[in-house]
Design a protein around this ligand. Structure first.
Ligand SMILES: [Zn+2]
Ligand SMILES: [Zn+2]
Length: 471
C-alpha cells in the first residue's frame, strides 16, 4: 500500500436521523499518527433514540477537540457528558455560540434534572460538568482561519440558520500529499431575518471538497411553504380573541416579536393589544440580542414591539387567567416544556382564541398531538382532559432550514465537489434528497450518513464505505 491510501479520514455519524447530532472524524496520517475530533455533540430528542443519550460509541478521552456548528441543544446538549467522560480538549465555536451556550447548557441541565426526578432515573451529568464544559470553549471569529494543530486548519463561515450558526471548513494537510478538505453545513439556511448572510468566499468555492450536507427539509421545496402567520393573528385579534404563539427560545422568539412589531408599525395591529413574552431562557436570549454586538442588521437593534411585558413567575397567573384580549408569545416551540405547558391547556378551551405553532413539531410532542385533534374533540394533556375549542394553526414560514431546492442551489456554487455526504434528516428524506442531488448535480459520489456505515475519504474523495461497530 502506497502513501496515497495511508492519508485519509474516516467520517462517521453517531446519530441515525435528526437529533443527537455528533460526527466522529478520525484523521490518519502517512507517518502512522492519528487525530480524532468530533463535530457537534447533541442530545437525542426523538423518544426512540433516547437510550443513545447515556453513552458515546467512542472513547471521549481520545477526542482531541470538538467543533460546534450552532447553539441548538440537539447539537450541543451532550457536551457536559463528554467532559464527564474524560474529554479535555478545546471546544471551538463562533463568538455568539460561545455566549449563548452558557444559558443553553444550564437550562438543559435543569430540564434533565426535572425529568430524571420525575422518572426516577439517574442524571446524565452534574452542574460541575456544565461549568467544566464551559471552561473548554474557545470563541472564533467568522472567516478567520485558525490553526488547530500542525496539520489541521478550521474556518467558521456565517450561516443563516441562527445567530452564531456556522458552516465549518476543515482543511487537513500533510507534506507531499494533496489536502483533504471537509465542509460541514451544520443546520443550514441561506437567509435570516436578523442579519445578512454573506456569500461563500471564492477561495472556499474553488477548493476540492467533501461536503457534509444537512437534509432536514430534503423533500420540501421553498414554494411549498404556507405563509399564514400574520393573517391568522390579525383575524384572531379582529374577532376579539387572544392568541398564544409557541416559539423556540433562540431565534424564533425574537423573530415573532419582530413580526408583531412590524404589524404594529404598519397599523394593522393596534398597539393597545398587550403583548406578553413568557419563558426565562427566551427572555435571556432576547436580552443578549439587545445588549451584545452580534452583527445584527441596523434596523434590528430595536426589534421589540410596543406594549410588551416580560412575564415572570409573579405575574404569570394574571396573564394566564385574565380574560382581556392579548397576544402571548411563549416557549417551548413544540408546547411540551416551559410556560406553554400552562397556556395551552387554558387557552385551548377558549372558543375565540388561537394557538399558533411557529415551527417544526416533532412526533410525540403536544404540538403534534393537537394537530390530530378535531375542533370540539377532547384531548388529553398530561392526565387532564380538555375540550379543544380554540383554533390551532401551524406554519413553516419561519423555518431556519433551507428547503431542498435551496440546498441544491447552495451545492451548485462549489466548483470541485469530490463527495457529498447527506446528513441530519429522517431516513427516507435523506434517501430521496440524495437521489435528487444525483439527478440535478450529477456529482461524482453521494453517500448517506447514518449509524451503520462510515466513509473513508482521501484527497481525491471516497475510498470506500465500511460498517461501523455502533450497533
Ligand atoms: Zn439547529
Ligand atoms: Zn439540527
Amino acid at each position: 500500500m502506497g502513501n496515497k491510501t495511508r492519508f485519509y479520514v474516516d467520517i462517521m455519524a453517531t446519530h441515525p436521523e435528526v437529533t443527537g447530532s455528533c460526527m466522529l472524524v478520525i484523521v490518519k496520517y502517512p507517518d502512522g499518527n492519528a487525530t480524532r475530533f468530533i463535530v457537534d455533540c447533541g442530545l437525542f430528542q426523538e423518544r426512540e433514540y433516547s437510550e443513545y443519550n447515556e453513552s458515546f460509541p467512542f472513547d471521549a478521552e481520545n477526542v482531541k477537540f470538538c467543533l460546534i456548528t450552532h447553539n441548538h441543544i440537539d447539537h450541543i446538549g451532550r457536551l457536559p457528558l463528554l467532559t464527564k467522560n474524560g474529554f479535555r480538549g478545546k471546544i471551538y465555536s463562533t463568538v455568539a455560540t460561545d455566549i449563548f451556550s452558557g444559558p443553553a447548557l444550564m437550562d438543559s441541565y435543569s430540564v434533565l434534572k426535572d425529568l430524571s426526578k420525575r422518572n426516577h432515573t439517574k442524571q446524565l451529568y452534574s452542574e460541575a460538568d456544565v461549568a467544566n464544559t464551559r471552561s473548554l470553549f474557545k470563541a472564533c471569529e467568522y472567516g478567520k482561519t485558525i490553526d488547530i494543530e500542525e496539520n489541521i486548519k478550521v474556518t467558521f463561515l456565517q450561516n443563516g440558520h441562527l445567530v452564531g450558526a456556522a458552516l465549518i471548513l476543515v482543511q487537513i494537510t500533510y507534506p507531499g500529499e494533496e489536502d483533504i478538505n471537509l465542509l460541514f453545513t451544520g443546520d443550514y439556511n441561506n437567509q435570516n431575518m436578523f442579519f445578512d448572510v454573506p456569500a461563500i468566499p471564492e477561495w472556499v468555492r474553488e477548493l476540492p471538497l467533501t461536503i457534509v450536507q444537512e437534509a432536514t427539509y430534503g423533500t420540501m421545496n421553498s414554494t411549498d411553504e404556507k405563509v399564514c402567520f400574520e393573517r391568522n393573528i390579525l383575524k384572531c385579534i379582529e374577532s376579539g380573541g387572544s392568541a398564544v404563539c409557541m416559539v423556540f427560545s433562540l431565534g424564533r422568539s425574537q423573530e415573532i416579536l419582530y413580526v408583531l412589531k412590524k404589524l404594529q408599525d404598519s397599523g394593522e395591529l393596534s398597539m393597545s393589544v398587550p403583548i406578553y413574552f413568557d419563558g426565562k431562557l427566551g427572555q435571556r436570549y432576547t436580552n443578549i440580542y439587545l445588549e451584545q454586538k452580534l452583527g445584527l442588521k441596523a434596523e434590528m437593534q430595536d426589534f421589540l414591539p410596543a406594549n410588551l411585558t416580560f412575564v415572570d413567575k409573579a405575574t404569570r397567573f394574571d396573564v394566564l387567567y385574565g380574560q382581556e384580549q392579548k397576544i402571548i408569545v411563549t416557549t417551548s416551540g413544540m408546547g411540551t416544556y416551559g410556560p406553554a405547558q400552562l397556556y395551552i391547556p387554558e387557552y385551548i378551551t377558549r372558543k375565540n382564541c388561537l394557538l399558533h405553532f411557529t415551527g417544526y413539531t416533532a412526533e410525540g410532542t403536544l404540538g403534534s398531538k393537537l394537530k390530530n385533534t378535531e375542533l370540539n374533540e377532547n384531548v388529553m394533556i398530561g392526565s387532564i382532559v380538555r375540550k379543544k375549542r380554540a383554533k390551532v394553526e401551524y406554519t413553516t414560514e419561519f423555518s431556519a432550514h433551507a428547503k431542498a431546492d435551496e440546498m441544491i442551489e447552495f451545492l451548485k456554487q462549489f466548483d470541485n465537489i469530490r463527495l457529498i455526504l447527506v446528513n441530519h434528516g429522517e431516513t427516507e428524506t435523506k434517501t430521496l434528497f440524495s437521489e435528487r442531488i444525483v439527478d440535478e448535480l450529477d456529482p461524482k459520489c453521494v453517500g448517506i450518513l447514518n449509524r451503520e456505515y462510515f466513509f473513508r475519504i482521501g484527497p481525491y474523495g471516497l475510498i470506500r464505505q465500511l460498517s461501523t461497530k455502533f450497533h
